[in-house]
Ligand binder design. Sequence first.
Ligand code: C2E
Ligand code: MG
Ligand code: MG
Ligand code: MG
Length: 276
Amino acid sequence: AAKANGKDCRLAYHPALDEEYDERRRLENDLRATIAAGGIAVVFQPIVEARAGRVVGVEALARWNHPRHGPVSPELFVRVAERSGLINDLGRSVLVTACREAIGWNVDLAVNLSPAQFWDRMLVERIEAALAETGFPADRLELEITESYLLRRPDAAEEILVRLRALGIRIALDDFGTGFASIGYLQRLSFDRIKIDRSFVTHVVEQARAADMARAIVVLAEALDLPVTAEGIETEGQAAIMRLTGCSRLQGWLFGRPMPPAEMGRWLAQRSLALT
Ligand code: C2E
Ligand code: MG
Ligand code: MG
Ligand code: MG
């Protein structure tokens, strides 16, 4: 038996851990039920062309409004879904909902893919099925993946990227710059665009070094023929600098917050009226 004050004793009984475990199981169960009931919402954030400000795309972002906890951060519930085997159901729900909503909008649709989704053996078939089911044109769909999880197996990753692109869809490297070891892989992996992480954009106005970093990333991307989107643009000053830097697309609260589909539809209709 464990001694009263020994380490074994504390390991064997740990109410805080038990509580966390219960809480996690509850969250998993709630998420499972919400996905099954079609209760994961999708909001859309506009992406504009840097020079003329024309809307060229929207990014779909998943939302879960928990009855007791309120809005749950997508980073958290995506992680919960990955750990509990729900990620493919969640991913399918988001992709199909996003395609259905965005099909009538004449702009590109960007959808995020998590690591577990990317490495799933049925990924390409799942994407193909969602496109077939919704009738969404492949050439308007862009999948966003983050660099960190491609690096462990770059050759296998490239094989998947090639198969995805053969469907006619495009691939964006999301949150670029947050995992530096990856720069060498940029030339080996087939992307269609990179998105500079918000952390580089935030300080471009007041910190010369931040602006230098952003410029260096764009120069690197240009050398590889990769257009760049800057995310997290909140001010006119940031927009002006990222435009000068050579980003082809801009995204952020300055142009539009993530919006529910009906609002996004109205927003797009208004913008296209204003431009004609
Ligand atoms: P992300 O793909 O890099 O998405 C951009 C995040 O930045 C979004 O946060 C968006 O709401 C936020 N954002 C956009 N413009 C601004 C701005 O001007 N200022 C600030 N401060 N933030 C801005 P969100 O919606 O909380 O999503 C966080 C992350 O969760 C996403 O990062 C993405 O990695 C993940 N995520 C969201 N939806 C999905 C999904 O359907 N599937 C998967 N696998 N991941 C998702
Ligand atoms: Mg994204
Ligand atoms: Mg991002
Ligand atoms: Mg992110």
